[in-house]
Ligand binder design. Structure first.
Ligand code: PAF
Length: 287
């Protein structure tokens, strides 16, 4: 596996790949890799001859009071995992390589990026859309893979690629879960053992709500029950628990078409400081 940290080396390596006529898959990540990322790599391999993984903890998608400094950085372990999956290129740029002096462009989507996580984390999707546009421009992959765990991010990126006429096919990959059902996330590393146990309330509440809605319960009542279950488990605050249209993410009041149940909540059971971990999850609900 080639580990590349500067653009000119990346372009040279990709020129060789393109001259050979190889298809390229890109898996953008912020590192702290887990089996969810590996499932993106394996799916990428099914669609392409060469797999490029990027690791870049992107400062522009973190708010001023968010966890940019605390975000786990585990490059040595990440390199071992990627090499074992026979990844061809690890693209790991520095912050100045990505955002050189004078950088002045922001990619911003209206509508879809303003609700849910966009409302709870102002500016977050501008940072994501900008860095993903750059990564797609740098690597020019045939396909790029994103996890459904970040469902709104996936929807934002699908919209971005359509709107900017980018010629990469975006592939969403189902959420990888621990045996007990918790969605795998790099941020799970922040959880203490009691928090990890309590966090299970999130997927359970979503599954119970999905079951109730499918069985004909009013959507509002099912969402209220999910919020109560999440609070009772010890989550300190809930950003949203909602049923949305799968593409626009506009709220659905009844299950008159395919929907997505999404939740975001903060847990911080036994902290002496005010550090809390924000977890997100979502599942499909079809009529
Ligand atoms: O999902 C992530 O890890 C990040 O948001 C992404 C897509 C790599 C952009 O920084």
């Amino acid at each position: 596996m080639q580990i590349i940290r500067d653009l000119s080396t990346l372009y040279d390596a990709l020129d060789v790949t393109r001259t050979a006529g190889d298809r390229v898959a890109l898996v953008p990540t912020m590192g702290a890799l887990h089996d969810g990322h590996m499932s993106l790599v394996r799916e990428g391999r099914r669609h392409a001859d060469r797999v490029v993984v990027s690791i870049f903890v992107n400062p522009t998608q973190f708010g001023p009071n968010e966890d940019f400094d605390a975000y786990p950085r585990t490059e040595e372990a990440d390199v071992a995992l990627l090499a074992a999956e026979r990844v061809d290129i690890l693209w790991a740029p520095t912050v100045p390589e990505m955002y050189p002096a004078g950088f002045a462009t922001t990619v911003s989507l209206s509508g879809i990026s303003e609700v849910l996580d966009g409302a709870a984390r102002p500016g977050h999707f501008d940072g994501v859309a900008t860095v993903v546009s750059k990564l797609l421009g740098q690597v020019r992959p045939d396909v790029a893979l994103f996890g459904e765990k970040d469902y709104q991010q996936l929807a934002v990126i699908r919209r971005l690629v359509i709107d900017l006429n980018l010629r990469t096919t975006i592939i969403g990959v189902p959420t990888a879960r621990a045996a007990d059902g918790l969605a795998l996330s790099s941020r799970n590393a922040y959880l203490t053992a009691p928090e990890r146990a309590a966090a299970l309330a999130l997927p359970r509440a979503l599954n119970d709500a999905a079951q109730a809605i499918r069985a004909g319960a009013p959507v509002a009542a099912a969402l209220d029950a999910a919020r109560a279950a999440i609070r009772d488990a010890g989550f300190t605050s809930i950003d949203y628990v909602t049923l949305c249209d799968t593409a626009t993410l506009q709220p659905l009041e009844s299950l008159d078409r395919a929907g997505r149940l999404l939740a975001a909540a903060r847990i911080g059971l036994d902290r002496t400081n005010d550090f809390t971990t924000r977890l997100i999850d979502n599942i499909a609900v079809n009529p």
